[in-house]
Design a protein around this ligand. Structure first.
Ligand code: G3P
Ligand code: MG
Length: 254
C-alpha cells in the first residue's frame, strides 16, 4: 500500500464480487484476471480455530443454511455451497480457507486481510495466533496488510506482532471527532480506510500530512472513482477492479 505513480492502487473487494460470488476462489480468480493489484477478503475464525474467508456472522445469506461461523467447524462449513446464490454456474463454490487463497495468488498480487470479530465472544489470542501462523508458514508477511473495524484487535495485534502491517477501518459515520492520523498512530497502523462517502478535505490532508496511506472502499461507479481520485486517495477498494482500472486510466489521461 505504498505511494506509486500508478495510484490509486486497485483492490478487489471480496474478490471481483461484482462478477462472481464474494469471498470465493472464483471471485479471487476473476480479480486476478481483472488485473487487481490487491485482493481484499474477510476472515473469521471457525469453532475449531481455523481461518475461513467469509463476510457475515451467519451463513444464511450466502448458503441458505443456519448457523454462525464460530459455532461451526471447518468441515461443516466446507460442505456448504457458497456460490449458487450468485448464479447457477457458481454452484459448488466453497467457503475457502485463508491458506487456500494465499496458495492460489500469483506473486504480483497482495492481500488485504480484513479481520471480522463482531459477534464472536471468545476470549484469548487464538485469532491473532492463527493468523500469524498462516502468514509465517506461507512466508506471506510482506504481501499482507491486516485491517479491521475492531481497533482493540488491531492494537493487540500490533503489541504482540508489530511486524504485521495494519490498516484502520473506520465505521461509516460522517463526523470523525478524533484526527484520523491520531487514531492510526495510536494503533501502530500505516493506513486509514474509510468509505467514499466519508471523504473530506480535512481528513485527507490530515492523513497525507502525516505520510500515511489513505484507502477508500465502496468505489463502484465512475463518479465515485473520480471523486476518490480528486481527493488523492491512494487505494481504492471496489467490486469492479477491471472497470475501475479503465476509468482511472481515462481520468489520468484527461
Ligand atoms: O475493507 C473495506 C470493506 O471491506 C469494509 O466493509 O463490510 O465490505 O467488509 P465490508
Ligand atoms: Mg471487508
Amino acid at each position: 500500500m505504498e505511494y506509486s505513480p500508478q495510484r490509486p492502487l486497485i483492490v478487489a473487494h471480496r474478490g471481483s464480487s461484482g462478477k462472481a460470488p464474494e469471498n470465493t476462489l472464483a471471485a479471487f480468480r476473476q480479480a486476478i484476471d481483472d488485473g487487481a493489484d490487491m485482493i481484499e477478503l474477510d476472515v473469521r475464525m471457525t469453532r475449531d480455530f481455523e481461518l475461513v474467508v467469509f463476510h457475515d456472522r451467519s451463513v444464511h445469506r450466502i448458503t441458505g443454511r443456519r448457523g454462525r461461523i464460530w459455532e461451526l467447524t471447518l468441515a461443516e462449513l466446507r460442505r456448504l455451497d457458497a456460490g449458487s446464490w450468485f448464479g447457477k454456474k457458481f454452484s459448488g463454490e466453497r467457503i475457502p480457507t485463508l491458506r487456500q487463497v494465499i496458495e492460489m495468488l500469483p506473486a504480483n498480487v497482495s492481500l488485504n486481510i480484513e479481520v471480522k470479530t463482531d459477534g464472536d465472544r471468545r476470549k484469548g489470542h487464538a485469532l491473532e495466533e492463527s493468523l500469524l501462523l498462516v502468514l509465517h508458514e506461507r512466508n506471506f508477511l510482506s504481501r499482507a496488510i491486516v485491517s479491521s473495524f475492531n481497533h482493540t484487535f488491531l492494537l493487540r495485534l500490533h503489541h504482540v506482532h508489530p511486524e504485521v502491517r495494519t490498516a484502520v477501518l473506520h465505521f461509516p459515520v460522517r463526523n470523525i471527532t478524533r484526527k484520523p492520523s491520531a487514531i492510526v498512530k495510536r494503533l501502530g497502523a500505516m493506513a486509514f480506510t474509510c468509505s467514499v462517502a466519508q471523504l473530506r478535505t480535512r481528513l485527507v490532508d490530515d492523513i497525507h500530512s502525516h505520510h500515511l496511506t489513505l484507502g477508500c472502499y465502496g468505489v463502484n461507479t465512475r463518479r465515485q472513482l473520480e471523486k476518490a481520485m480528486r481527493f488523492g486517495v491512494d487505494v481504492v477498494i471496489t467490486d469492479w477492479p477491471a472497470e475501475v482500472r479503465k476509468w482511472a486510466e481515462h481520468a489520468r489521461r484527461a
